[in-house]
Design a binder for this molecule. Structure first.
Ligand code: PLP
Length: 243
């Protein structure tokens, strides 16, 4: 073992739980600062704590610090943690890629789905949403940078997906979501988010009642808030590196 560096390299693995409380407070403080800085309505940006690949213990410390909304990307993992935590006050958001064979469990176990990117997935979620639960809140994931390999619907398909979702009784269309390709400058980060915000505003001008722009992660949430994000999805800046 090389002496000296190990402690620092491993610091994220042994992150004391109290850091999670501290990290949450820091991020919430910054969100409030950015709301002011970019003339956003105070309190208009909410924090989704992205807990994928994080332990139930870490989620528990975030709950103890007052966090209630958590984002997960992998169905099996999320169901296991949901059963362990068994807390009806948690609002679970599904934010990962969706295969058709996963829609039933997603419709049964989540309050929100941010990553709907086709009519087929929207239809399945609608049909499989249990009648005992309120309609499933959904966002359409848009591939704003139009990268071939990434998930999300191309901007040219958005209008047909949205028209379809508006007629579904068991899902409630709330807005748009994006995961842009990583950018090296703040200006570049803002450009992608600006594209999504433009689309969002066009839809609202057509009279479609959307209230959610889900955009911004640990490395780019300031740019997302500057461009109008209403939900930022933050993982590593709260919980440390993922396992
Ligand atoms: C993992 C993930 C995040 C959080 O990313 P961090 O960089 O850890 O903040 C946000 N959104 C989605 C869709 C993710 O998959």
């Amino acid at each position: 073992m090389v002496q000296g560096h190990d402690k620092e390299d491993q610091a994220h693995l042994t992150l004391p739980m109290s850091n999670i409380k501290h990290n949450l407070e820091t991020i919430k403080h910054r969100i409030r600062e950015y709301e002011q800085k970019y003339q956003r309505t105070p309190g208009s940006v909410s924090l989704l704590a992205v807990s994928k690949k994080q332990s139930p213990e870490k989620i528990q410390s975030a709950i103890a610090a007052g966090q209630t909304a958590f984002g997960e990307s992998y169905l099996q993992e999320s169901l296991e943690k949901k059963a362990i935590l068994n807390d009806p006050n948690i609002e679970w958001h599904f934010i990962g890629p969706i295969q058709s064979n996963k829609t039933k469990k997603i419709a049964e176990h989540f309050a929100w789905v941010h990553s709907v990117d086709s009519i087929r997935i929207a239809e399945r979620l609608n049909n499989q949403r249990p009648e005992t639960l309120p309609p499933l809140n959904i966002c359409i994931e848009v591939n704003v940078d139009n990268e071939k390999t990434k998930s999300g619907a191309g901007p040219e398909n958005i209008h047909s997906i949205i028209d379809y979702c508006l007629h579904l009784p068991r899902v409630k269309l709330r807005g748009l979501m994006t995961i842009p390709a990583p950018k090296s400058t703040f200006i570049e980060q803002r450009k992608s988010f600006h594209e999504l915000a433009k689309l969002f505003n066009q839809l609202r001008e057509k009279g479609i009642l959307l209230d959610t722009l889900s955009m911004g992660m640990s490395d780019d949430y300031e740019a997302a808030i500057a461009e109008g994000a209403t939900i930022v999805r933050i993982g590593t800046a709260i919980f440390g590196a993922r396992i």
